[in-house]
Ligand binder design. Sequence first.
Ligand code: ATP
Length: 323
Amino acid sequence: LGRLYGPLTAMSNVQVDVMTALVSFERVLEVLDLEPTVAEKPDAHDLRAAVATHGAGIELDAVTFRYPRADEISLASLESVATVRKDPVGATLHDVSFSVPAGSMVALVGPSGAGKTTLSQLVVRLYDPTTGAVRIAGQDLRDVTAASLRETVGVVSQEAHLFHDTVAGNLRFARHDATDDQLWHALEQARIGDLVARMPEGLETVVGDRGYRLSGGERQRLAIARLLLKAPDVVVLDEATAHLDSESEAAVQAALDEALAGRTSLVIAHRLSTVRAADSIVVLDDGVVVERGTHAELLASSGLYAELYRTQFADLDADRSGS
Ligand code: ATP
C-alpha cells in the first residue's frame, strides 16, 4: 500500500502545484490584459499605426460566438485553430453588430448570462469569433500582433487583483520605465495619492493579501492608476457590482472619469451614472442585441432596458435623489 500511496501523494501535490500555478498565471494575465489562447499569425502587423491614423474605434461585425467544447480545445492545439469552431449551434452570441466610435463610450447592459462578459473578451481577443469579425481602427484583431493589441486595449475587471508586491511594483507592471513622479501623478489622478502618501513606506509599501490591506474601492483605484500609467487608447471595463461606501464610490467614479476621458470605452455597466453618461447603450439578451440608444431614448421605448432600469438601476437612483 505504501508503494501506492507514495506516488498518489506525489500526484496530488503536483495537482496542487498546477492549480497554484494556474491561479497565479490568471492573475498575471489579468494585469497583462490578454491570454495567449489564440494564435498570432506569422505576418501579423502592429495595430498602433492604424490607431494613429484612424483612431481606436471598435467594430463588431456580425459576430457569432460559441465557446469551444473541451474536445475541440485539444483538437485546436493539434490542428490549425482556424479550422475548428465554425459551427454556430449553441452560440453564446448571435449576429452581434455595433460599433464604438473612437473616443466614445458604449455601455453594455443585459440580464445575467446575456453574454456581456463574453463579448468583452472578444474585444481583447481572448477568443476569436466563430463567424464575423471584431475590428479596432478597422483592423481585424486576427491580423494584429498580440503585443500591439495589449498596448492598445486596457482592461479593468470587477475584482482588482494586486500582486504581493510594493505599490510601485504593482504599478510598474503597466509601465516598467515609469519614474516615481509618473507613479505619483497616476496615483493622484486615480484619487489614491493621499492614501499612498500616508502609508508607512509610501510607494515601497507592500500591498496585497499579506501586506497592507486595501479596501475594495482602494484596490480598484490602484488598478485604475495602473491603467492610467498604461494609457491605452481603448478601455474595456467591467464595473464592480459590489456596493462601495458612498465616499469610496465617489472616489472610484472620479478616478474612472479620469481614466475614460478621451478614450474609446466599452463598459459592462452596473452604475446608473455610467448608463446616463454613455454615448450609447447596447442591450443584450440571450446573446442578441435587442435594443440600442441613449438612456432617455431607451426609457421612452419601454422595452427590456426600461425593465432593467426599474429592477437594477432605479433603486440606486432613489438613493441618490434622497441623499
Ligand atoms: P453576468 O452579468 O452574470 O456576468 P454575462 O452577461 O456577462 O452575465 P456571460 O458571462 O458572457 O454573461 O455568459 C454568457 C453565457 O455563456 C452563459 O450562458 C454562460 O454560462 C456561458 N459561458 C460563459 N463562459 C463560458 C465558458 N468558458 N465556456 C462555456 N460557456 C460559457
